[in-house]
Design a binder for this molecule. Structure first.
Ligand code: PHE
Length: 454
Protein backbone atom coordinates (compact mmCIF):
# COMPACT_ATOMS: atom_id res chain seq x y z
CA UNK A 1 0.00 0.00 0.00
CA UNK A 2 1.10 3.53 -0.61
CA UNK A 3 3.21 4.69 2.28
CA UNK A 4 3.34 8.43 2.37
CA UNK A 5 3.35 9.09 6.05
CA UNK A 6 3.10 6.94 9.13
CA UNK A 7 0.14 7.06 11.45
CA UNK A 8 -0.12 4.42 14.17
CA UNK A 9 2.07 2.15 12.04
CA UNK A 10 -0.43 2.31 9.20
CA UNK A 11 0.13 3.98 5.88
CA UNK A 12 -1.87 7.10 5.08
CA UNK A 13 -2.29 8.78 1.71
CA UNK A 14 -0.41 12.06 1.76
CA UNK A 15 -2.95 14.11 -0.16
CA UNK A 16 -6.67 14.38 -0.80
CA UNK A 17 -5.93 13.93 -4.47
CA UNK A 18 -4.27 10.56 -3.85
CA UNK A 19 -7.41 9.43 -2.00
CA UNK A 20 -9.64 10.39 -4.92
CA UNK A 21 -7.26 8.97 -7.52
CA UNK A 22 -7.03 5.58 -5.82
CA UNK A 23 -10.77 5.22 -5.24
CA UNK A 24 -11.48 6.25 -8.81
CA UNK A 25 -8.72 3.86 -9.94
CA UNK A 26 -10.46 1.05 -8.08
CA UNK A 27 -13.90 1.95 -9.41
CA UNK A 28 -12.98 2.43 -13.05
CA UNK A 29 -12.07 -0.76 -14.80
CA UNK A 30 -13.60 -3.62 -16.69
CA UNK A 31 -16.82 -3.00 -14.79
CA UNK A 32 -17.40 0.15 -16.81
CA UNK A 33 -16.01 -0.80 -20.16
CA UNK A 34 -16.70 -4.52 -20.38
CA UNK A 35 -19.49 -5.31 -17.89
CA UNK A 36 -21.72 -2.25 -18.22
CA UNK A 37 -22.29 -2.52 -22.00
CA UNK A 38 -22.95 -6.24 -21.91
CA UNK A 39 -25.35 -5.98 -18.96
CA UNK A 40 -27.13 -3.06 -20.62
CA UNK A 41 -27.26 -5.06 -23.85
CA UNK A 42 -28.93 -8.11 -22.33
CA UNK A 43 -31.27 -6.04 -20.18
CA UNK A 44 -32.86 -3.87 -22.83
CA UNK A 45 -30.58 -0.79 -22.97
CA UNK A 46 -32.43 2.31 -21.76
CA UNK A 47 -34.48 0.51 -19.10
CA UNK A 48 -31.28 -0.83 -17.57
CA UNK A 49 -29.46 2.48 -17.88
CA UNK A 50 -32.07 4.43 -15.97
CA UNK A 51 -32.22 1.89 -13.13
CA UNK A 52 -28.43 1.74 -13.00
CA UNK A 53 -28.03 5.52 -12.71
CA UNK A 54 -30.79 5.76 -10.12
CA UNK A 55 -29.13 3.03 -8.03
CA UNK A 56 -25.68 4.61 -8.31
CA UNK A 57 -26.87 7.91 -6.91
CA UNK A 58 -29.67 6.86 -4.55
CA UNK A 59 -28.12 3.72 -3.09
CA UNK A 60 -24.47 3.72 -4.22
CA UNK A 61 -23.43 7.17 -2.97
CA UNK A 62 -24.85 6.73 0.57
CA UNK A 63 -23.35 3.24 0.90
CA UNK A 64 -20.03 4.58 -0.41
CA UNK A 65 -20.20 7.26 2.29
CA UNK A 66 -20.93 4.59 4.90
CA UNK A 67 -17.93 2.52 3.81
CA UNK A 68 -15.67 5.58 3.84
CA UNK A 69 -16.89 6.47 7.31
CA UNK A 70 -16.19 3.00 8.68
CA UNK A 71 -12.76 2.83 7.11
CA UNK A 72 -11.39 6.18 8.15
CA UNK A 73 -12.88 6.04 11.61
CA UNK A 74 -11.38 2.64 12.44
CA UNK A 75 -8.33 2.56 10.15
CA UNK A 76 -8.89 -1.18 9.85
CA UNK A 77 -9.60 -3.98 7.45
CA UNK A 78 -13.26 -4.82 6.86
CA UNK A 79 -13.89 -7.26 9.71
CA UNK A 80 -11.73 -5.19 12.04
CA UNK A 81 -13.79 -2.10 11.20
CA UNK A 82 -17.03 -3.80 12.28
CA UNK A 83 -15.32 -5.15 15.38
CA UNK A 84 -13.95 -1.79 16.45
CA UNK A 85 -17.28 -0.02 15.98
CA UNK A 86 -19.39 -2.73 17.62
CA UNK A 87 -17.09 -4.82 19.79
CA UNK A 88 -18.35 -8.24 20.77
CA UNK A 89 -21.18 -8.22 18.23
CA UNK A 90 -21.76 -10.45 15.23
CA UNK A 91 -21.68 -7.60 12.69
CA UNK A 92 -18.15 -8.45 11.66
CA UNK A 93 -19.48 -11.61 9.99
CA UNK A 94 -20.60 -9.29 7.18
CA UNK A 95 -16.91 -8.72 6.56
CA UNK A 96 -16.54 -12.34 5.55
CA UNK A 97 -19.17 -11.92 2.83
CA UNK A 98 -16.99 -9.12 1.49
CA UNK A 99 -13.85 -11.22 1.59
CA UNK A 100 -15.64 -14.05 -0.21
CA UNK A 101 -16.93 -11.60 -2.82
CA UNK A 102 -13.45 -10.18 -3.37
CA UNK A 103 -12.09 -13.66 -4.08
CA UNK A 104 -14.95 -14.53 -6.45
CA UNK A 105 -14.60 -11.25 -8.33
CA UNK A 106 -10.84 -11.45 -8.58
CA UNK A 107 -11.22 -14.93 -10.07
CA UNK A 108 -13.44 -14.08 -13.04
CA UNK A 109 -12.09 -10.54 -13.41
CA UNK A 110 -8.61 -11.94 -14.02
CA UNK A 111 -9.91 -14.01 -16.92
CA UNK A 112 -11.34 -10.94 -18.65
CA UNK A 113 -8.23 -8.92 -17.82
CA UNK A 114 -6.29 -11.80 -19.39
CA UNK A 115 -8.29 -11.30 -22.60
CA UNK A 116 -7.25 -7.65 -22.62
CA UNK A 117 -3.58 -8.63 -22.48
CA UNK A 118 -4.10 -11.17 -25.25
CA UNK A 119 -5.92 -8.64 -27.41
CA UNK A 120 -3.23 -6.06 -26.75
CA UNK A 121 -0.45 -8.46 -27.72
CA UNK A 122 -2.32 -9.80 -30.77
CA UNK A 123 -3.12 -6.36 -31.99
CA UNK A 124 0.47 -5.20 -31.49
CA UNK A 125 1.69 -8.06 -33.66
CA UNK A 126 -0.98 -7.33 -36.23
CA UNK A 127 -2.68 -10.69 -35.90
CA UNK A 128 -6.17 -9.34 -35.28
CA UNK A 129 -8.38 -9.28 -38.32
CA UNK A 130 -11.91 -8.04 -37.95
CA UNK A 131 -12.95 -7.22 -41.43
CA UNK A 132 -16.24 -9.08 -41.21
CA UNK A 133 -18.68 -10.26 -38.60
CA UNK A 134 -17.71 -13.89 -38.81
CA UNK A 135 -14.07 -13.03 -38.31
CA UNK A 136 -14.82 -10.92 -35.21
CA UNK A 137 -16.65 -13.72 -33.52
CA UNK A 138 -14.29 -16.43 -34.70
CA UNK A 139 -11.26 -14.49 -33.57
CA UNK A 140 -12.77 -14.09 -30.17
CA UNK A 141 -13.50 -17.79 -29.94
CA UNK A 142 -10.05 -18.64 -31.13
CA UNK A 143 -8.38 -16.31 -28.68
CA UNK A 144 -10.46 -17.27 -25.70
CA UNK A 145 -11.19 -20.97 -25.82
CA UNK A 146 -9.21 -24.05 -24.84
CA UNK A 147 -6.14 -23.50 -22.70
CA UNK A 148 -5.31 -20.01 -23.90
CA UNK A 149 -7.44 -18.17 -21.32
CA UNK A 150 -5.67 -20.18 -18.63
CA UNK A 151 -2.31 -18.91 -19.78
CA UNK A 152 -3.41 -15.26 -19.97
CA UNK A 153 -5.25 -15.42 -16.66
CA UNK A 154 -2.08 -16.67 -15.02
CA UNK A 155 -0.08 -13.93 -16.74
CA UNK A 156 -2.47 -11.32 -15.41
CA UNK A 157 -2.45 -12.74 -11.88
CA UNK A 158 1.33 -12.79 -11.96
CA UNK A 159 1.38 -9.08 -12.85
CA UNK A 160 -1.01 -8.42 -9.97
CA UNK A 161 1.12 -10.51 -7.63
CA UNK A 162 4.34 -8.84 -8.72
CA UNK A 163 2.95 -5.38 -8.06
CA UNK A 164 1.57 -6.34 -4.66
CA UNK A 165 4.77 -8.14 -3.67
CA UNK A 166 7.22 -5.53 -4.78
CA UNK A 167 5.17 -2.87 -3.09
CA UNK A 168 5.22 -0.95 -6.34
CA UNK A 169 1.61 0.04 -5.90
CA UNK A 170 2.93 3.55 -5.58
CA UNK A 171 4.42 3.33 -9.04
CA UNK A 172 1.22 1.99 -10.52
CA UNK A 173 -0.78 4.72 -8.84
CA UNK A 174 1.58 7.41 -10.13
CA UNK A 175 1.37 5.92 -13.59
CA UNK A 176 -2.40 5.86 -13.35
CA UNK A 177 -2.47 9.63 -12.75
CA UNK A 178 -1.37 9.92 -16.37
CA UNK A 179 -2.80 6.75 -17.85
CA UNK A 180 -6.34 7.08 -16.56
CA UNK A 181 -6.84 10.55 -18.07
CA UNK A 182 -5.34 9.13 -21.25
CA UNK A 183 -7.89 6.30 -21.22
CA UNK A 184 -10.58 8.91 -20.73
CA UNK A 185 -9.35 10.94 -23.70
CA UNK A 186 -9.25 7.82 -25.83
CA UNK A 187 -12.81 6.99 -24.85
CA UNK A 188 -13.94 10.51 -25.75
CA UNK A 189 -12.21 10.20 -29.13
CA UNK A 190 -13.96 6.87 -29.84
CA UNK A 191 -17.22 8.44 -28.75
CA UNK A 192 -16.79 11.21 -31.30
CA UNK A 193 -16.08 8.57 -33.90
CA UNK A 194 -19.40 6.92 -32.98
CA UNK A 195 -21.22 9.95 -34.40
CA UNK A 196 -19.95 9.03 -37.85
CA UNK A 197 -21.27 5.46 -37.74
CA UNK A 198 -24.45 4.59 -39.67
CA UNK A 199 -26.00 2.95 -36.60
CA UNK A 200 -25.43 5.97 -34.35
CA UNK A 201 -29.07 6.98 -33.89
CA UNK A 202 -30.21 3.41 -33.39
CA UNK A 203 -27.46 2.76 -30.83
CA UNK A 204 -28.12 5.94 -28.89
CA UNK A 205 -31.87 5.32 -28.89
CA UNK A 206 -31.28 1.82 -27.60
CA UNK A 207 -29.13 3.12 -24.75
CA UNK A 208 -30.96 6.26 -23.75
CA UNK A 209 -34.64 5.81 -24.43
CA UNK A 210 -36.05 3.71 -21.65
CA UNK A 211 -38.85 1.31 -22.38
CA UNK A 212 -40.33 1.10 -18.88
CA UNK A 213 -42.28 -2.02 -19.73
CA UNK A 214 -38.92 -3.82 -19.92
CA UNK A 215 -38.14 -3.16 -16.25
CA UNK A 216 -38.54 -6.50 -14.52
CA UNK A 217 -36.89 -8.37 -11.66
CA UNK A 218 -33.82 -9.33 -13.63
CA UNK A 219 -33.27 -5.77 -14.91
CA UNK A 220 -33.55 -4.38 -11.39
CA UNK A 221 -31.24 -6.94 -9.85
CA UNK A 222 -28.80 -6.67 -12.74
CA UNK A 223 -28.68 -2.87 -12.47
CA UNK A 224 -28.24 -3.01 -8.71
CA UNK A 225 -25.43 -5.52 -9.04
CA UNK A 226 -23.79 -3.43 -11.74
CA UNK A 227 -23.99 -0.26 -9.61
CA UNK A 228 -22.27 -2.05 -6.72
CA UNK A 229 -19.74 -3.79 -8.92
CA UNK A 230 -18.78 -0.66 -10.76
CA UNK A 231 -18.37 1.38 -7.57
CA UNK A 232 -16.35 -1.44 -5.93
CA UNK A 233 -18.99 -1.38 -3.24
CA UNK A 234 -20.42 -3.77 -0.69
CA UNK A 235 -17.31 -5.86 -0.10
CA UNK A 236 -15.21 -3.61 2.07
CA UNK A 237 -12.91 -2.41 -0.69
CA UNK A 238 -13.79 1.21 -0.13
CA UNK A 239 -13.64 0.70 3.65
CA UNK A 240 -10.12 -0.62 3.26
CA UNK A 241 -9.07 2.25 0.99
CA UNK A 242 -10.67 4.83 3.27
CA UNK A 243 -8.62 3.42 6.13
CA UNK A 244 -5.66 4.98 4.32
CA UNK A 245 -7.28 8.40 3.70
CA UNK A 246 -5.75 11.30 5.57
CA UNK A 247 -7.78 13.39 7.97
CA UNK A 248 -8.31 16.21 5.49
CA UNK A 249 -9.97 14.12 2.81
CA UNK A 250 -13.59 15.08 2.36
CA UNK A 251 -15.58 11.90 2.39
CA UNK A 252 -18.85 13.21 0.93
CA UNK A 253 -17.11 14.96 -1.94
CA UNK A 254 -14.91 11.96 -2.68
CA UNK A 255 -18.00 9.71 -2.81
CA UNK A 256 -19.89 11.97 -5.20
CA UNK A 257 -16.85 12.48 -7.44
CA UNK A 258 -16.14 8.75 -7.59
CA UNK A 259 -19.75 7.95 -8.50
CA UNK A 260 -19.93 10.70 -11.12
CA UNK A 261 -16.68 9.85 -12.87
CA UNK A 262 -17.43 6.15 -12.72
CA UNK A 263 -20.86 6.47 -14.31
CA UNK A 264 -19.51 8.89 -16.86
CA UNK A 265 -17.01 6.31 -18.05
CA UNK A 266 -19.73 3.65 -18.20
CA UNK A 267 -21.93 5.95 -20.30
CA UNK A 268 -19.01 6.73 -22.62
CA UNK A 269 -18.45 2.99 -23.07
CA UNK A 270 -22.13 2.58 -23.94
CA UNK A 271 -21.97 5.40 -26.48
CA UNK A 272 -18.98 3.73 -28.08
CA UNK A 273 -20.34 0.19 -28.14
CA UNK A 274 -24.02 0.42 -29.12
CA UNK A 275 -23.77 2.54 -32.28
CA UNK A 276 -21.08 0.09 -33.42
CA UNK A 277 -23.26 -2.91 -32.52
CA UNK A 278 -26.04 -1.63 -34.78
CA UNK A 279 -23.72 -0.41 -37.51
CA UNK A 280 -22.00 -3.75 -37.88
CA UNK A 281 -25.17 -5.82 -37.58
CA UNK A 282 -24.22 -7.47 -34.29
CA UNK A 283 -26.55 -8.37 -31.46
CA UNK A 284 -26.60 -6.25 -28.28
CA UNK A 285 -27.43 -9.40 -26.37
CA UNK A 286 -24.13 -11.17 -26.98
CA UNK A 287 -23.26 -11.19 -23.24
CA UNK A 288 -19.72 -11.14 -21.81
CA UNK A 289 -18.13 -11.39 -25.23
CA UNK A 290 -19.88 -8.26 -26.57
CA UNK A 291 -17.18 -5.63 -26.12
CA UNK A 292 -14.36 -7.87 -27.30
CA UNK A 293 -16.25 -8.70 -30.47
CA UNK A 294 -17.36 -5.13 -31.18
CA UNK A 295 -14.35 -2.98 -30.38
CA UNK A 296 -12.06 -4.42 -33.03
CA UNK A 297 -14.62 -3.48 -35.70
CA UNK A 298 -14.32 0.09 -34.54
CA UNK A 299 -10.52 -0.02 -34.65
CA UNK A 300 -10.66 -1.60 -38.04
CA UNK A 301 -12.41 1.33 -39.66
CA UNK A 302 -10.18 3.93 -37.98
CA UNK A 303 -7.00 5.13 -39.68
CA UNK A 304 -4.06 3.64 -37.78
CA UNK A 305 -6.39 1.12 -36.14
CA UNK A 306 -3.60 -1.12 -34.88
CA UNK A 307 -2.11 1.70 -32.83
CA UNK A 308 -5.50 2.63 -31.38
CA UNK A 309 -6.36 -0.89 -30.44
CA UNK A 310 -2.96 -1.70 -28.91
CA UNK A 311 -3.09 1.48 -26.84
CA UNK A 312 -6.67 0.92 -25.82
CA UNK A 313 -6.21 -2.67 -24.63
CA UNK A 314 -3.01 -1.67 -22.85
CA UNK A 315 -4.83 1.07 -20.94
CA UNK A 316 -7.72 -1.26 -20.20
CA UNK A 317 -5.26 -3.78 -18.81
CA UNK A 318 -3.78 -1.11 -16.53
CA UNK A 319 -7.23 0.06 -15.45
CA UNK A 320 -7.99 -3.57 -14.56
CA UNK A 321 -4.80 -3.76 -12.51
CA UNK A 322 -5.71 -0.74 -10.39
CA UNK A 323 -9.03 -2.48 -9.69
CA UNK A 324 -7.59 -5.91 -8.89
CA UNK A 325 -5.00 -4.34 -6.59
CA UNK A 326 -7.86 -2.81 -4.61
CA UNK A 327 -9.70 -6.17 -4.50
CA UNK A 328 -6.58 -7.96 -3.33
CA UNK A 329 -6.06 -5.36 -0.64
CA UNK A 330 -9.27 -6.51 1.13
CA UNK A 331 -8.01 -10.00 1.92
CA UNK A 332 -4.39 -8.92 2.37
CA UNK A 333 -5.24 -6.39 5.10
CA UNK A 334 -7.57 -8.97 6.64
CA UNK A 335 -4.86 -11.64 6.79
CA UNK A 336 -2.29 -9.13 8.09
CA UNK A 337 -4.42 -7.53 10.77
CA UNK A 338 -6.74 -10.32 11.87
CA UNK A 339 -4.61 -13.40 11.24
CA UNK A 340 -1.33 -11.68 12.12
CA UNK A 341 0.40 -12.74 8.92
CA UNK A 342 3.28 -10.77 7.46
CA UNK A 343 2.27 -8.71 4.44
CA UNK A 344 4.37 -10.94 2.24
CA UNK A 345 2.71 -14.13 3.47
CA UNK A 346 -0.74 -12.52 3.25
CA UNK A 347 -0.05 -11.55 -0.35
CA UNK A 348 1.09 -15.07 -1.24
CA UNK A 349 -1.93 -16.69 0.43
CA UNK A 350 -4.47 -14.36 -1.23
CA UNK A 351 -2.79 -14.72 -4.60
CA UNK A 352 -2.87 -18.51 -4.38
CA UNK A 353 -6.59 -18.45 -3.58
CA UNK A 354 -7.16 -16.09 -6.50
CA UNK A 355 -5.10 -18.35 -8.74
CA UNK A 356 -7.27 -21.34 -7.87
CA UNK A 357 -10.50 -19.40 -8.52
CA UNK A 358 -9.01 -17.82 -11.65
CA UNK A 359 -8.15 -21.25 -13.08
CA UNK A 360 -11.68 -22.53 -12.51
CA UNK A 361 -13.08 -19.50 -14.33
CA UNK A 362 -10.56 -19.66 -17.16
CA UNK A 363 -11.30 -23.35 -17.69
CA UNK A 364 -14.99 -22.43 -18.03
CA UNK A 365 -14.09 -21.37 -21.56
CA UNK A 366 -12.36 -24.63 -22.33
CA UNK A 367 -12.34 -28.06 -20.69
CA UNK A 368 -14.90 -27.05 -18.04
CA UNK A 369 -17.31 -25.35 -20.42
CA UNK A 370 -19.89 -28.11 -20.00
CA UNK A 371 -19.60 -28.20 -16.24
CA UNK A 372 -22.45 -26.11 -14.90
CA UNK A 373 -23.99 -25.40 -11.50
CA UNK A 374 -27.59 -24.09 -11.64
CA UNK A 375 -27.01 -23.56 -15.34
CA UNK A 376 -23.92 -21.40 -14.76
CA UNK A 377 -20.30 -22.13 -15.57
CA UNK A 378 -17.83 -21.21 -12.81
CA UNK A 379 -17.18 -17.94 -14.61
CA UNK A 380 -20.79 -16.82 -14.74
CA UNK A 381 -21.63 -18.30 -11.35
CA UNK A 382 -18.84 -16.34 -9.66
CA UNK A 383 -19.99 -13.19 -11.43
CA UNK A 384 -23.65 -13.67 -10.56
CA UNK A 385 -23.07 -14.69 -6.95
CA UNK A 386 -20.68 -11.88 -6.18
CA UNK A 387 -22.25 -8.99 -8.08
CA UNK A 388 -25.93 -9.76 -7.67
CA UNK A 389 -25.96 -11.35 -4.22
CA UNK A 390 -22.86 -10.70 -2.10
CA UNK A 391 -22.28 -7.04 -2.96
CA UNK A 392 -25.87 -5.79 -2.49
CA UNK A 393 -26.14 -7.90 0.68
CA UNK A 394 -22.84 -6.54 2.02
CA UNK A 395 -23.99 -3.02 1.11
CA UNK A 396 -27.31 -3.51 2.86
CA UNK A 397 -25.63 -4.66 6.06
CA UNK A 398 -23.10 -1.84 5.95
CA UNK A 399 -25.89 0.68 5.43
CA UNK A 400 -27.93 -0.67 8.36
CA UNK A 401 -24.82 -0.80 10.51
CA UNK A 402 -23.71 2.79 9.94
CA UNK A 403 -27.30 4.07 9.96
CA UNK A 404 -28.45 2.38 13.16
CA UNK A 405 -25.46 1.18 15.15
CA UNK A 406 -22.66 3.69 14.64
CA UNK A 407 -22.89 6.72 16.91
CA UNK A 408 -24.17 9.72 14.97
CA UNK A 409 -21.39 11.85 16.43
CA UNK A 410 -18.87 9.57 14.79
CA UNK A 411 -20.61 10.04 11.44
CA UNK A 412 -20.79 13.80 11.90
CA UNK A 413 -17.17 13.92 12.90
CA UNK A 414 -16.09 11.95 9.84
CA UNK A 415 -18.10 14.02 7.38
CA UNK A 416 -17.13 17.39 8.84
CA UNK A 417 -13.52 16.38 9.50
CA UNK A 418 -13.90 17.03 13.18
CA UNK A 419 -16.05 20.13 12.67
CA UNK A 420 -13.62 21.79 10.25
CA UNK A 421 -15.83 21.44 7.17
CA UNK A 422 -19.51 21.96 6.48
CA UNK A 423 -21.63 18.95 5.62
CA UNK A 424 -25.29 19.94 5.24
CA UNK A 425 -26.42 16.47 4.11
CA UNK A 426 -25.90 14.59 7.33
CA UNK A 427 -29.56 14.01 8.17
CA UNK A 428 -30.33 13.04 4.61
CA UNK A 429 -27.42 10.60 4.58
CA UNK A 430 -28.47 8.95 7.82
CA UNK A 431 -32.07 8.73 6.59
CA UNK A 432 -30.92 7.05 3.39
CA UNK A 433 -28.71 4.62 5.31
CA UNK A 434 -31.42 3.74 7.79
CA UNK A 435 -34.36 3.45 5.45
CA UNK A 436 -33.92 4.07 1.76
CA UNK A 437 -30.93 1.88 0.89
CA UNK A 438 -31.76 -1.21 2.98
CA UNK A 439 -35.45 -1.15 1.97
CA UNK A 440 -34.68 -0.71 -1.71
CA UNK A 441 -32.11 -3.53 -1.71
CA UNK A 442 -34.42 -5.79 0.29
CA UNK A 443 -37.34 -5.20 -2.07
CA UNK A 444 -35.17 -5.90 -5.10
CA UNK A 445 -34.04 -9.16 -3.51
CA UNK A 446 -37.63 -10.19 -2.74
CA UNK A 447 -38.63 -9.24 -6.23
CA UNK A 448 -35.84 -11.27 -7.79
CA UNK A 449 -36.75 -14.45 -5.94
CA UNK A 450 -40.33 -13.97 -7.01
CA UNK A 451 -41.81 -13.21 -3.56
CA UNK A 452 -42.77 -9.70 -4.50
CA UNK A 453 -43.96 -8.79 -7.96
CA UNK A 454 -43.81 -5.21 -9.10
N1 PHE B 1 -15.17 -1.48 -9.78
C1 PHE B 1 -14.27 -2.28 -10.51
C2 PHE B 1 -14.57 -2.12 -12.00
O1 PHE B 1 -15.50 -1.49 -12.37
C3 PHE B 1 -14.35 -3.71 -10.11
C4 PHE B 1 -14.19 -3.95 -8.64
C5 PHE B 1 -15.20 -4.58 -7.95
C6 PHE B 1 -13.05 -3.50 -7.96
C7 PHE B 1 -15.09 -4.78 -6.59
C8 PHE B 1 -12.92 -3.73 -6.59
C9 PHE B 1 -13.94 -4.37 -5.93
O2 PHE B 1 -13.91 -2.66 -12.80
Amino acid sequence: MTTHQKNNDRAVFATKFAAIATTVGSAIGLGNIWRFPYEAGIHGGGAFMICYLAFVFIIGVPVLCAEFCMGRQTRSNITGAYNKLAPGSKWHLAGYIGILASVLILSFYSVVAGWTIEYCVSSMFGSLDFSDRETGHEQFMQLTTGWRPVVWTVVFLLCNFYILMRGVTKGIERASYILMPLLFILLVAFCINSFTLPGFTEGITFLFSPDFSKIDASVLLGALGQAFFSLSLGLGCMTTYASYFNNNSRLGKTAVMTATLDSLVAILAGVIIFPAVFSFGLSPEAGPTLVFEVLPFIFNQLPGGVVWSTLFFLLLFLASLTSTISMSEISITFFCEEKRMSRKKATIVSSLIALFGGLLCALSFGPLSNFTIFGHTFFSLFDYLSSNICLPLGGMICSLFVGWVVDKRVIRNQFTNGGKEKFPFLRMLVFCLRWVCPTAIFLIFLNSIGILTL
